[in-house]
Design a protein around this ligand. Structure first.
Ligand code: AMP
Ligand code: MG
Length: 302
């Protein structure tokens, strides 16, 4: 978006990355108002969803929901319910209950050794979206295993980007962009967006055209566990409890919903199989761009 007198662009640090928001409205004042509102909304969502903030709704659930059902706001209940639907859709590849595995691998990095089979086996008993008891009538969440915990790290940013875009539109913005690093949404105009080369993260390997849609990328070149000199990606296979080690170096999903692109990029990264990705991508009407370790690029469905 070219800077002009109606356009405002700001960058702030939130959700663990630099977020850029651009808006073009009737005038500069309205654009600035909209950008401020969009950032406030993302901050609010971070405060609710982050498992690193002790006062967040998710941290409270992680402390209390295995003891007795915890009532949550409708927004959180809906979000968790939608996550469970995507777990079902992706055959459990995306699972917000994978947290015990994530904590195990975080600990492993600190201890300098990979988790033992016994540790993985024990954590696996607390993992599984089927153990999440959602009661719509009472709007409550209950964990049926005492060590169960939630981690919305694979969906929170996408959800926040959708909400920020909604606010920009609500404020009358004609053309806008929210760039949260791994998830980007642009509306009201075209944006040719560069996809990072996983083998050389300073450069782009290809570009995609965004217009009224979002792109999310899951990759291991930026976030990984380093244990005894070996790098393990931060995406965990909920069936094995181990980081996904496959041919895929980077996987991007383009969707009309940033939340969906965020969820599916993680799920497809776990899934890895072209046939499965094609089938799920066709069902959800999304496009997927895969880059493998030999830098081959595939677009599904093509
Ligand atoms: P993303 O970068 O969007 O692919 O999300 C990765 C983050 O989501 C990780 O850092 C974990 O916090 C969490 N995560 C890892 N594996 C999974 C999984 N299989 N399903 C859901 N969340 C996951
Ligand atoms: Mg994701």
């Amino acid at each position: 978006m070219r800077a002009n007198k109606e356009c405002t662009r700001q960058i702030r640090y939130l959700m663990g990355c630099f977020v850029e928001i651009e808006a073009q409205g009737e005038n500069r004042f309205l654009s600035l108002n909209a950008v401020n509102a969009a950032f406030s909304e993302m901050k609010r969502i971070e405060k609710n969803l982050s498992r690193f903030l002790p006062d967040s709704v998710i941290s409270n659930l992680n402390r209390m929901a295995a003891i007795s059902p915890v009532e949550v706001q409708e927004e959180i209940f809906d979000l968790i319910e939608r996550c469970v639907r995507y777990s079902e859709l992706t055959g459990g590849a995306f699972d917000i209950t994978a947290s015990p595995f994530i904590e195990l691998w975080n600990g492993a990095e600190n201890h300098g050794r990979t988790p033992t089979h016994q540790e993985i086996d024990s954590a696996s008993k607390a993992v599984g979206f089927q153990n999440l008891v959602l009661d719509r009538k009472n709007q409550s969440v209950y964990f049926s295993h005492p060590q169960m915990k939630l981690d919305l790290g694979a969906v929170g940013k996408g959800y926040a980007v959708d909400r920020a875009i909604e606010l920009l539109r609500h404020h009358g913005i004609r053309k806008g962009l929210v760039n949260a690093g791994s998830t980007i949404y642009c509306f009201g105009g075209e944006l040719r967006f560069g996809i990072t080369d996983p083998m050389d993260p300073q450069s782009c390997i290809t570009t995609v055209l965004l217009q009224d849609n979002a792109i999310s990328t899951s990759a291991t070149y930026e976030r990984f566990y380093e244990i005894a000199g070996k790098k393990y990606g931060h995406i965990i296979h909920p069936k094995t409890g181990c980081p996904v080690e496959g041919e895929i170096s980077s996987l991007s999903v383009i969707s009309e919903s940033a939340m969906e692109s965020d969820i599916l990029s993680t799920a497809f990264f776990v899934n890895g199989n072209h046939q499965d990705i094609k089938r799920l991508a066709a069902r959800s009407e999304v496009k997927t761009l895969l880059i493998d370790s030999a830098c081959h690029i595939a677009l599904l469905p093509n």
